[in-house]
Unconditional design. Sequence first.
Lengths: 243, 181
Amino acid sequence: MSTTTVAINITPGEHIEWHVFGLTLNGDTITATLIAGAIILMLGFFLRRGASARQPTKLQLAFETVTEQVENQVEGSIGIKTAPFVVPLAMALFLFIFIANLIAVVPTGHHPEYVPPPASDVNLTYALALLVIGTMHVVGIRKKGLRGYYGHLFRKPYLLIPLNIIEEVMKPITLALRLFGNIFAGTIMVALIAALPAFILWAPDILWKLFDAAIGLIQAFIFALLTVIYFSSVAPAEEGAHH
Amino acid sequence: MAHHPVLASGNFLVPNATFIAEFIAFLLILGIIARYILPRIQGPLRERQAIIAKQIEDSEEAKRKLAEAEQAFKSALTEAREEAAQIREHARAEAQRTVEELRAQAVEESARIVARGEEQLATQRGAIVRELRAEIGSLAVELSEKIVEQRLGDDARVSATVDAFIAGLEAHDNAQAGKQS
């Protein structure tokens, strides 16, 4: 009996790269993003054709459920009237991240995958987080003014000022890396399972992919929910008045 | 654009130019969802919510109307019952009055009939008495004459004569009574 050593070759962060005008683009991430976007837009436009108030289609009901959830969330923490723009933002984030994460379920057999879940690339999660936090700062400054908005960082006790600043700076990073970490971990799990012998790997693979789909849903929900919560801290101008 | 599977150089937590592409891609998706898709979801959603609200309102309105109608029905029923009782009472009183009236009328009528009968009887009696008075004189004279005539005969014949006279008187009386009735 000879012991066989299974060499597990996992290369995190490896991408199919495109080089355009001297810039390096992760082609697999972009392809997957475009596919996810195309699926959302296709569903959206399919929905537009059949949408009716009296006889809603199943697709319409699914979209309506998401919309209602987002609206309730926004209404509960900010008030739709105060920040109506948060609804499409949170909804787009949820739908996009959810569909993008579901892409992880589809294997291409290529290494690296042609269409990995795009959230397993920090470029996407940084972009989303930057958009959310950037918009948040813009809205905050517009509603409360530069002093009013950043004033809360510099209040007593002064000892906490550095912590306040760090918290503010960390917001986009935690938002981005939470999503990235979860989805990236999923791809690593798939790579580990793929290293198992072929006759057994299907069982953990099926289990993991189902679990991974659930993680994808939860992460999409968390990202959208955190977006709403972050906006709730800046949007209500009335609350800022008596601080 | 060429596919070059190469190992990521450096730290994979450091973004590259893909960041810009992803940012733009998501902005596009966000824009299309916000502008074209979301309104088409919210429109029918609001419409349906309005329809449901309207239906709830309608059903409440119907409930209210039903309650009103029931109330009206009940009050009409009560009113009708009262009216019926009143009519019954009225009819009973009317019947009572009619009975009393008829009874009084009958009593009056019978009294009148009795009075008329009495009056008739009295008249007849008067007439009979008068007639008898008129006849009794001549009868007495006639009797006296016969007695005198008989005296001239025998006593037996006298008594026979008296008997005959009385019989004749009775016959006359009977004839008179038969004429009366």
